[in-house]
Design a protein around this ligand. Structure first.
Ligand code: MLT
Length: 404
């Protein structure tokens, strides 16, 4: 008789952004006259940059002719894209990463969720709290997190590293030694950034205790402060302890196009086994490559013209971040983030719970954000707002909130 993976039954509720979407849909149905402004899921709203569209059109035309038609992509991704990534995202920044250490995928979300498969089930994970829910949920599905306490929102076998106002949303080294450490900077959801010195501390720690850092750099393009690290490989020793994830969703607007990549350095070994080989094996068996058209579009990011157009797009969203940050601050809210990240992290007023504040904003202003508690217990009494809306909607949302 077939049996289900019982680990799935342990997952509380639905995926955070599905729950939020359902609540917004119910509100809209009950209030058809109200226009809801969604500053909840970090989904982009600006059209793809002209340089990307041109590259896609060119690739579509290639697919129309036998001489230039492409079928399955190479396992790790097309060389034309991987070599550009290695050069522009790493070598130009002084990071020692080569094209054959880059695995092209359909996005950072899938890679962040799937990477845990190459590690034993009895590895102990450490996560920032609050945290992007995919890291914990995917480990729950794998049976790595123990039992869930609904009252506290805590999994018995997960090491939580609280990131709160008291420690400037910066995780401290855990007291209990983890095997896998998830870090995300610029941070989703708090919008906080890490200094090079602090990141180096994590790299030194991981190398010392034999842990692997799973570093999510999806929001790297939003770093505005010059001295902040764009990659964990800027730190000495990261090649022997870190895997890095990148997305084209946030820097180039590919949320609906789908493209990302993961870096697994060849020096990274666990129990003498090179993780590069394991990830290559997994990739080969379970993934058939991002579409040629999309990889061509990704390659267009790495040109002077592409960089210029995308810098303008990132600037557009960061202007929204400023509007939210300053507007809410003017209105008396305690806010952080928004400087090196497209997320603004708001303290709920008068001790309201995150979900109470979600309902309050939706009902009083028809504005939707994301409740901080959905990202982990230390996110309670916080609220996330995204800068990925249109400028007009962002301004209107803040005006509505100010009028409450
Ligand atoms: C978010 O809102 O946290 C992200 O957009 C979700 C994602 O990238 O999967």
């Amino acid at each position: 008789m077939a049996k289900v993976n019982a680990n799935y039954l342990k997952l509380p509720g639905s995926y955070l952004f599905s729950t939020v979407a359902k609540k917004i849909a119910a509100y809209s149905q009950a209030n058809p006259d109200k226009k809801v402004i969604r500053l909840s899921i970090g989904d982009v709203t600006q059209p793809l940059a002209p340089v990307i569209i041109d590259a896609m059109h060119g690739a579509v035309d290639e697919m129309a002719h036998a001489e230039t038609f492409r079928g399955y992509a190479p396992d790790l991704g097309y060389e034309f894209l991987r070599s550009k990534i290695a050069e522009w995202d790493y070598q130009r920044r002084g990071c020692d990463i080569t094209a054959d250490e880059i695995f092209v995928s359909d996005g950072a979300k899938s890679d962040c969720a799937n990477i845990q498969e190459i590690f034993a089930v009895d590895n102990k994970i450490a996560v920032c709290d609050p945290v992007y829910p995919v890291y914990v949920d995917s480990n729950v599905m794998a049976g790595r997190t123990g039992t869930y306490d609904a009252a506290t929102g805590i999994w018995s076998d997960v090491i939580y590293m609280p990131c709160t106002m008291e420690n400037q949303f910066s995780p401290e080294l855990p007291k209990e030694t983890p095997d896998l450490i998830y870090l995300c900077f610029p941070n989703n959801p708090t919008g906080a950034m890490i200094s090079k010195e602090d990141l180096q501390r994590w790299v030194d720690y991981a190398n010392k205790v034999g842990a692997v850092i799973l570093y999510d750099a999806a929001y790297e393009a939003y770093i505005s402060e010059e001295d902040k690290p764009h990659s964990i490989y800027e730190c000495e020793g990261a090649r022997t302890c870190a895997i890095e994830f990148h997305s084209f969703s946030k820097n180039a607007g590919f949320t609906g196009v789908r493209l990302g990549y993961t870096v697994v350095p060849k020096d990274l070994k666990v129990e003498g086994v090179a993780l590069h080989g394991l990830w290559a094996r997994r990739h080969g068996t379970k993934f058939n490559g991002a579409p040629y058209i999309v990889q061509k579009a990704g390659a267009a990011v790495y040109s002077e013209e592409g960089q210029e157009q995308l810098k303008a797009q990132v600037g557009y969203y960061m202007n929204n971040a400023r509007v939210i940050y300053e507007g809410l601050k003017d209105a008396g809210y305690t806010v952080s983030g928004g400087v090196n990240a497209p997320y603004i992290w708001v303290k709920t007023p008068n001790g309201m719970s995150s979900w109470e504040f979600f309902d309050y904003l939706l009902e009083k202003a028809s504005v939707a954000g994301t409740p901080g508690s959905g990202f982990g217990p230390s996110g309670e009494t916080y609220f996330r707002m995204t800068a990925f809306g249109s400028y007009e909607n962002t301004v209107e949302a803040i005006e509505r909130i100010k009028k409450i």
